[in-house]
Write a protein that binds this ligand. Structure first.
Ligand code: T3D
Length: 274
């Protein structure tokens, strides 16, 4: 298995949101803010929204300006999963996953920038899967998670079981998936789903601080950490120890030189993401 990243293109970050109809996108202080923007449907996914998310992630992944990505929802929800008013009984759901959700999940998994889900409200169905696919979940005290699939006779999809079992363990993943009951923010923290639970009053300030702190870390090293941690689940130890190649790459970055210089000079490192 190749652990090396495929060629990444240096795409220009899009600062405006005019090219998007179902999301909002802006870049500020090294952080790309991607806001799901269908609040009247609790930000439910449509094929269009799925495409726009993929586009924004691709742009963010390829932009030197972006060093962290934050995904959140407009209004009172994070995302309520597939728009159930946009499907019919004859639809091939498997094909829909192959065409839309699978590529989105793959793109998130291959993105070497840190991705934060800012779960401002309920995250249900594929909206829960989206939050699981992110590297961090900052959770509002009024948010909740709902593996809603079973409630409409479906199985958790969009990588849900893959990530959920890794995050909360097999037994809890099975419980949440079969019972289909809401998990409030406090329980999400207890079972390791939430990185941090944030009070409503401090929400904006803490999100910004968390994301900007991550955006100021050595971005290339973070990408390599993500890549090797994920690879570790699929490789033998012998294969995994090719991590040496990752460390070789990290050792060539300007951030490594800066990190060592800052340590010896007893000052705070100023990482530039290169
Ligand atoms: O099925 C396939 O196509 C394959 C793909 C599957 C991927 C999936 O994501 S399957 C799972 C789909 N999602 C769900 O089953 C969740 C459905 N929604 C809910 O269970 C609840 O709405 C929530 C727990 C998320 C929130 O409950 P609550 O009480 O806070 O809000 P509400 O009153 O139920 O919803 C507010 C409005 O949003 C309402 O519209 P209205 O009556 O004000 O005009 C509701 O219909 C709408 N809404 C909520 N979720 C969806 C939705 N509209 C379309 N699709 C939704 N998923």
């Amino acid at each position: 298995m190749h652990l090396l990243k495929k060629g990444s293109r240096n795409l220009q970050a899009d600062k405006g949101c005019s090219m998007y109809k179902t999301i909002k996108y802006r870049v500020e202080n090294g952080v790309a803010w991607l806001t799901l923007n269908r609040p009247d449907k609790l930000n439910a996914f449509t094929s269009q929204m799925n495409k726009e998310i993929r586009k924004a992630i691709k742009i963010s992944a390829g932009s030197d300006e972006v060093r962290a990505i934050i995904i959140t929802g407009e209004g009172r929800a994070f995302c309520s999963g597939q728009d159930l008013s946009d499907v019919d009984e004859d639809m091939n759901l498997g094909q829909m996953l192959l065409d839309d959700y699978g590529p989105m999940m793959e793109q998130l998994a291959n993105c070497e920038k840190p991705i934060i889900a800012a779960v401002n409200g309920v995250a249900a169905g594929a909206g829960f899967s989206l939050a699981l696919a992110c590297d961090f979940r900052l959770v509002s005290e009024k948010a909740s998670f709902l593996n809603a699939f079973v409630n409409i006779g479906l199985i958790p999809d969009s990588g849900n079981l893959y990530y959920l079992s890794r995050i909360v363990g097999h037994a809890k993943a099975l419980e949440l998936s079969i019972l289909g009951e809401k998990v409030p923010a406090s329980e999400a923290k207890n079972i390791g789903l939430a990185t941090k639970v944030i009070g409503v009053d401090e929400w904006n300030e803490q999100l910004k601080a968390f994301a900007e702190n991550i955006a100021n870390k050595p971005t290339k090293a973070i990408g390599l950490i993500k890549r090797y941690l994920e690879a570790s689940y699929h490789l033998s130890l012998e294969e995994y120890l090719k991590e040496a190649e990752g460390q070789r790459i990290a050792g060539l970055t300007k951030d490594y030189a800066e990190g060592v210089a800052a340590f010896t000079e007893k000052r705070k490192a100023q990482f530039i993401g290169k």
